[in-house]
Design a protein around this ligand. Structure first.
Ligand code: GLP
Length: 260
């Protein structure tokens, strides 16, 4: 695991955008796994800036989003379809047919989930998966006790997540109870994974994910099993890491480390 500690949300976002840009510069038809939530907004803003000012090209990029609420149509302002379009897709030159987001309104969820898994494989697998983290340590909507081998499926949201999401809806009863989400097993097949986290509210989840045991009680801890994971954190999100001095020492000495 590579742990990068940054001084601000902007620095975290720019560091992540640089990783995406490096990938697209070497592989213009890369497959990106994308996340929603407030955390990756700065990353998306920076990618839009790079597209507009530096010509970062998305014309061959393929994307797969992690999740979507069950029951929300694409046009609903709280749907992840709407979020992705408003905050990234409509500002860059990605062809609409290259965008994949789980459907929250399909008539056959089981068949749809299988199709989504097959489609990721047909496209060659995900080169770079961007993740946020829930306050309870979830990735995508893989709530505590989700199988670490799980695949794309319907998941009942945890009470904590429903509570966290309530601020986005007018009435508590409007908050979706179910989501369709890539599984932990699906996520672990990405070639590279970058998890972003900022703010004090994420510090317990980040510490559990990086330094706790691998457990389905914190599905982000499954990332410890992945050979190519980078955590990009701000100082608050990193504040409960016991080995923080070690990570910072590595970061400071990285250019001097032996190259393989
Ligand atoms: C939701 C999403 C996750 C995201 C999490 C944190 O649960 N399904 O993918 O990581 O929210 O959201 P935020 O970045 O707003 O804290």
């Amino acid at each position: 695991m590579e742990i990068v500690i940054t001084e601000s949300y902007e620095e975290m976002s720019k560091r992540a955008a640089q990783e995406v840009a490096n990938l697209l510069n070497t592989k213009p038809n890369a497959v990106l796994g994308l996340a929603t939530g407030s955390t990756p907004l700065g990353l998306y803003r920076e990618l839009i800036r790079m597209h507009k000012e530096e010509g970062l090209d998305f014309s061959q990029v393929i994307t797969f989003n992690l999740d979507e609420y069950v029951g929300l149509p694409k046009e609903h302002p709280q749907s992840y379809h709407y979020f992705m379009n408003e905050n990234l897709f409509k500002h860059i030159n990605i062809p609409p047919q290259n965008i994949h987001i789980p459907s929250g309104t399909t008539s056959n969820y089981k068949a749809f989930c299988q199709w989504y898994e097959d489609r990721i494989r047909q496209c060659g697998g995900i080169d770079l998966q961007i993740l946020g983290i829930g306050a309870d340590g979830h990735i995508a909507f893989n709530e505590p006790t989700s199988s670490l081998g799980s695949r794309t499926r319907i998941k009942t949201l945890a009470q904590q997540t429903i509570k966290d999401n309530a601020r986005f809806f007018d009435r508590p009863e409007d908050v979706p109870r179910y989501a369709i989400t890539m599984g932990v097993g699906t996520i672990l097949e990405a070639r590279k994974i970058i998890l972003l986290a900022n703010g004090k509210g994420k510090s317990d989840a980040v510490a559990a994910a990086i330094e706790g045991p691998v457990t389905s009680m914190c599905t982000a801890s499954a990332l410890q099993l992945h050979p190519n994971v980078m955590f990009i954190l701000d100082r608050e999100a990193a504040s409960k890491l016991k080995m923080i001095e070690y990570y910072e020492w590595i970061q400071a000495n990285l250019p001097g480390a032996p190259k393989s």
